[in-house]
Structures are given as structure tokens and as C-alpha cells.
Ligand binder design. Structure first.
Ligand code: ZN
Ligand code: ZN
Length: 212
């Protein structure tokens, strides 16, 4: 698995390109203000993007969807419960004093438990509400038995968790989702968060102050 991480001001949200090293098929995760860098990676590495996958629909994770879709011509996937946030992107922007263009509508809604594929990899969609209603974890690996890497959006961070004071957020729901959907993975499982550095399930299980 090849992974490239991008991040740009003002939110420094992590966006990802994940590619199959054999087929060069790839996915784009959460194109935001870093979309220019993501498209540069796609071009430079010569990967063939087949899907744009959103972990959730907060402003910082979706402002590059239109640009990515226009350039790549592939479908955009979102959890249905975040559609109200997605359609309210311009409104979210006004809360931050930013002028945000509405983004093109999502093409597909995830079905929970659904499995998507690119190249030799599978992407299992796990519903992790709490930070927002339609948050998902993308669990990527070669097969069911193989180790996964988790792309968790703003659900879990190194040493912290996502905020729950935004519309549709709920602390108990978030903690329950982390325990039932993420903490089922082995300690060595790598976690790629929507902000900040990578971590592992084991480190967070042992040391995250919200979860110990
Ligand atoms: Zn968020
Ligand atoms: Zn975020």
C-alpha cells in the first residue's frame, strides 16, 4: 500500500492518496484545501484514481471535492447521515468567515458494512458517528485476514478524540463507536487521523485520556 498525506492551511486537515503498488489504482480521501497537492501527487506518481471517499462532511474535508471530481471524473462517496452537513458547506464556511463554493452532490452513499475495492485492496466501511452523524472509518487492507490501516477522519486523534459540540455530535456515541468499531483491531494497527500525526490502536487504547 502506498500512502501520501497532504495538508494545507487554514485547517491543516490530512488528505490522503492511497494506491495499490501493483495495479497503480488509487483512491482519494477527503479532498479539502489540499486538493491541489493531492492532484499533483496523482500526476507525479501516475496513479489511476477510481473513487473519492469522504470520511465525513465537515468543511475542511470537502472543499476540494469539486476540483478533484472535475479533474479525475470519478464518483464521490459519502455517508447519507452527513448529507445535511455536505449540503450546508457554504453555511459552515460562513461560521468561519470563509467564502466556500457549494460542492457537486455526492454520487453514492455508503452502505454500512459495505466493501469497496481498488487494485488488490479492500476498503471496509464502518459507521463511526459521534463527531458527526455520518462519520465513517475506512479500513483498508489486502484481505479480511491481512492487517488493516484505518482512515478515521476526526473520530480519533493521537491522544485525543473528535469534538462533539458541532451539529449532530454526541460524546457518548463517539466513545461507543471508537470502542466497538476501532478498538476491535490489534494493537499494531496504524490509524491515520484527519488532523495531526498517525497513531496506533494500541497506543490509543493504553494512553488516550478520553478512553483509558
Ligand atoms: Zn470534522
Ligand atoms: Zn477535520
Amino acid at each position: 500500500m502506498h500512502i501520501w498525506t497532504t495538508s494545507a492551511p487554514p485547517f491543516y486537515k490530512n488528505g490522503f492518496i492511497v494506491a495499490c503498488e501493483r495495479t497503480r489504482e488509487a483512491i482519494v480521501i477527503d479532498p479539502g484545501d489540499d486538493v491541489v497537492d493531492q492532484l499533483a501527487v496523482v500526476k507525479r506518481e501516475g496513479v489511476n484514481v477510481t473513487m473519492i471517499l469522504l470520511t465525513h462532511a465537515h468543511l475542511d474535508h470537502v472543499t476540494g471535492v469539486g476540483a478533484a471530481k472535475e479533474e479525475l471524473g470519478v464518483e464521490v462517496w459519502l455517508h447519507r447521515d452527513d448529507l445535511f452537513l455536505y449540503e450546508g458547506a457554504a453555511e459552515q464556511g460562513r461560521m468561519f468567515g470563509l467564502n466556500v463554493e457549494p460542492q457537486p452532490p455526492p454520487d453514492r452513499f455508503y452502505t454500512v458494512g459495505e466493501r469497496l475495492t481498488f487494485g488488490d485492496y479492500i476498503v471496509d466501511i464502518q459507521h463511526t458517528p459521534g463527531h458527526c452523524p455520518g462519520g465513517v472509518c475506512l479500513a483498508i487492507g489486502r484481505s479480511e485476514q491481512d492487517e488493516r490501516e484505518l482512515f478515521v477522519g476526526d473520530t480519533l486523534f493521537a491522544g485525543s478524540i473528535g469534538r462533539t459540540d458541532l451539529p449532530g455530535g454526541d460524546l457518548e456515541t463517539l466513545l461507543a463507536a471508537i470502542r466497538s468499531e476501532l478498538f476491535v483491531y490489534p494493537d499494531a494497527t496504524v490509524v491515520h487521523s484527519g488532523h495531526g500525526p498517525d497513531t496506533t490502536i494500541g497506543v490509543e487504547r493504553r494512553t488516550n485520556p478520553f478512553l483509558t
